[in-house]
Design a protein around this ligand. Structure first.
Ligand code: FES
Length: 240
């Protein structure tokens, strides 16, 4: 079934399972995002993708486009003064905690914010977008990290804030983090994930026999072999 709605005064129709963000992107309407990733379930935490929506009989309000489903008859504005104000305030707050992040800086420039009025002591603070937590769970499938504590104390960590027994050292959390908060180093055959205080011996390529071309931590091929062929039969990697 197709849904009919109006976005920026243009009548649009999309399949019924689309979010507003997906509908906009399919029609080349740009909306800034931070916590959205097409490979992950939408989460709606950063609030950068706010749009103004109005439905018959309901007052206009702001909603996060990445999690809001397209509804029949909805009227959407993606660049109204209220939307611009909301996004600028949001990106300024993100910039306050992660002013060294090129990704946040680029978003701020795009939204016309050159400098944050406030600055946290750390230039690369976690902005709690949840990308690392969701990637670890939904893409890698190990859930080595999650959010802990609440309010001002909320942060991403391993259980009990100690080195994780299930982390495979794949580095997915490092690659997806927009602020560079999670760091990884590969030195002399040893991978360290500094955020989780974990260290992993790396596996060398058996084919090229070149010890400068190490592949990945031992846990990574173990984990994916288990996921591909043995799910439900054997335990995944044992600590080496
Ligand atoms: Fe929608 Fe973050 S991209 S809330």
């Amino acid at each position: 079934m197709m849904i009919h709605l109006t976005i920026n005064d243009q009548p649009i129709q999309v399949p019924e399972d689309r979010t507003l963000l997906e509908a906009c992107r399919e029609h080349d309407i740009s909306i800034p995002t931070l916590c959205y990733h097409p490979a992950l379930e939408p989460y709606g935490s950063c609030r950068l993708c706010m749009v103004e929506i109005a439905a018959p009989g309901r007052p206009a309000r702001l909603a996060a486009a990445c999690v809001y489903p397209c509804e029949e008859g909805l009227v959407v504005q993606t660049d109204s003064p209220a939307v611009q104000r909301s996004r600028r305030m949001t990106v300024e707050l993100l910039l306050a905690g992660a002013y060294d992040s090129p990704e946040i800086q680029a978003l701020a420039m795009e939204l016309g914010v050159r400098e944050a009025r406030y600055k946290l002591p750390e230039a690369d603070a976690c902005v709690l977008c949840g990308l690392c937590v969701r990637a670890c769970k939904e893409i890698v499938g190990v859930s080595a990290i999650s959010f802990i504590h609440r309010g001002m104390s909320k942060k991403v960590s391993t259980p009990f804030e100690i080195s994780s027994a299930v982390c495979i050292g794949c580095g997915t959390c490092v690659l997806i983090c927009p602020t560079g908060r999670i760091r990884l180093s590969d030195v002399s055959g040893l991978r360290s994930v500094h955020f989780t205080s974990s260290e992993y011996n790396r596996l060398y390529c058996q084919i090229c026999d070149d010890t400068d071309r190490d592949l990945a931590p031992y846990f990574v091929p173990d984990h994916f072999a288990y996921e591909d062929h043995s799910h439900g039969k054997d335990e995944p990697h044992a600590q080496k």
